[in-house]
Design a protein around this ligand. Structure first.
Ligand SMILES: Cc1cc2nc3c(=O)[nH]c(=O)nc-3n(C[C@H](O)[C@H](O)[C@H](O)COP(=O)(O)OP(=O)(O)OC[C@H]3O[C@@H](n4cnc5c(N)ncnc54)[C@H](O)[C@@H]3O)c2cc1C
Length: 297
């Protein structure tokens, strides 16, 4: 199976797409519509998040397995250490391998229910993501990525120590890192500089969520703790009651953010798709990232 890093080549920016596992038949249909609409654009890989509960976790495994079997896109599974012993984690990695999955994003995860609640490790589990990276690598030939935080993880106390921890999980055996959302490219670029200053040069992929509605814009603050900067508010606040104009301006702002990142030489853009294709397609199209591949009708 294609490894994520094989699709990240110097001198060219690619894009990837993140999905979450569907919770019912309707969501399954919506997800697969998005998958089919994005496939002709040849994303470098597509990833599926890992939830907190047992059935959602099985759906992650089923969904990446189906992507591996039924599409041309290299899949990546997210895996978290929440409520798992190390032996359960090895079992999940084995299930992923049985589905043909070789790319895994290794994440510690948050306590279920309250992301900022006390992190209580499973008595036989992992404490931090670096241990999960090592565990996955010990299970076989997997390409492992980790999460990175341009605005600093909410549990961290300072950027330098946090960057040391990020370098620690990369040195534990990860080949790339995927960044949390941000709206100001400087935060991402400073993170890249801090890694470079530590002689750490694995591909760092910015996370991008196309701004389509006020609700999506709120997710930056509420899901990722990312403040909406004045230059973004100045454009979008006056359009709150005009959905079409808001969407057009949001896609324009997202495109400009991506253009800056491409000019800065990022190897790929990782789109948080919310299981819809339209906005990602629009931005990818604006950027010309799928030129030369078959465009969907
Ligand atoms: C790209 C991306 C994808 C995500 N996908 C999912 C998903 O599928 N499912 C899900 O539930 N959540 C997901 N999340 C959210 C993630 O679970 C939370 O942000 C979680 O709180 C952090 O996970 P982590 O792997 O970065 O943790 P860690 O790297 O373990 O870091 C957690 C905190 O501990 C500190 N730390 C790290 N290592 C050490 C160490 N060795 N010693 C001391 N302190 C340390 C860090 O600085 C940080 O403050 C994702 C986040 C991102 C950015």
């Amino acid at each position: 199976m294609t490894r994520v890093v094989d699709r990240l080549q110097p001198g060219r920016t690619v894009f990837s797409v993140e999905f979450f596992p569907p919770r019912n038949d309707d969501e399954e249909r919506i997800l697969w519509k998005a998958v089919r609409e994005l496939e002709p654009l040849d994303p470098a890989y597509v990833s599926v998040t890992y939830g907190a509960g047992g059935s959602s976790r099985d759906r992650t495994i089923r969904t990446v397995g189906r992507i591996a079997r039924e599409t041309t896109m290299p899949p990546m599974a997210h895996l978290t250490g929440v409520d798992h012993s190390k032996s359960e984690l090895r079992h999940v990695v084995g299930s992923l391998a049985n589905e043909g999955i070789r790319n895994i994003l290794a994440i510690r995860g948050d306590p279920p229910g309250d992301p900022m609640g006390e992190w209580i490790p499973h008595p036989e589990g992992i404490l931090y993501a670096d241990e999960l990276v090592s565990l996955i690598r010990s299970c076989g030939d997997f390409s492992v990525g980790v999460a990175a935080f341009p605005h600093m993880h909410p549990r961290s106390t300072d950027l330098e120590t946090e960057t040391d921890h990020l370098v620690g999980k990369i040195r534990a055996g990860s080949e790339f890192a995927v960044a949390q959302l941000f709206l100001q490219p400087e935060y991402f670029l400073r993170l890249r500089d801090r890694l470079a200053a530590r002689d750490c040069h694995v591909p760092l992929l910015p996370g991008v969520m196309p701004i389509t509605t006020p609700k999506v814009l709120n997710k930056f603050q509420h899901l990722a703790g990312v403040p909406v900067p004045p230059e973004v508010s100045a454009v979008l606040d006056p359009l709150q009651d005009d959905p079409q104009a808001f969407r057009a301006a949001g896609i324009d702002l997202t495109t400009k953010l991506c253009e800056r990142l491409i000019a800065e030489g990022v190897p790929g853009l990782h789109f948080y798709s919310l299981n819809r294709a339209k906005a990602t397609r629009e931005v990818v199209d604006n950027l010309g990232l799928a030129e030369g591949v078959l465009q969907p009708a």
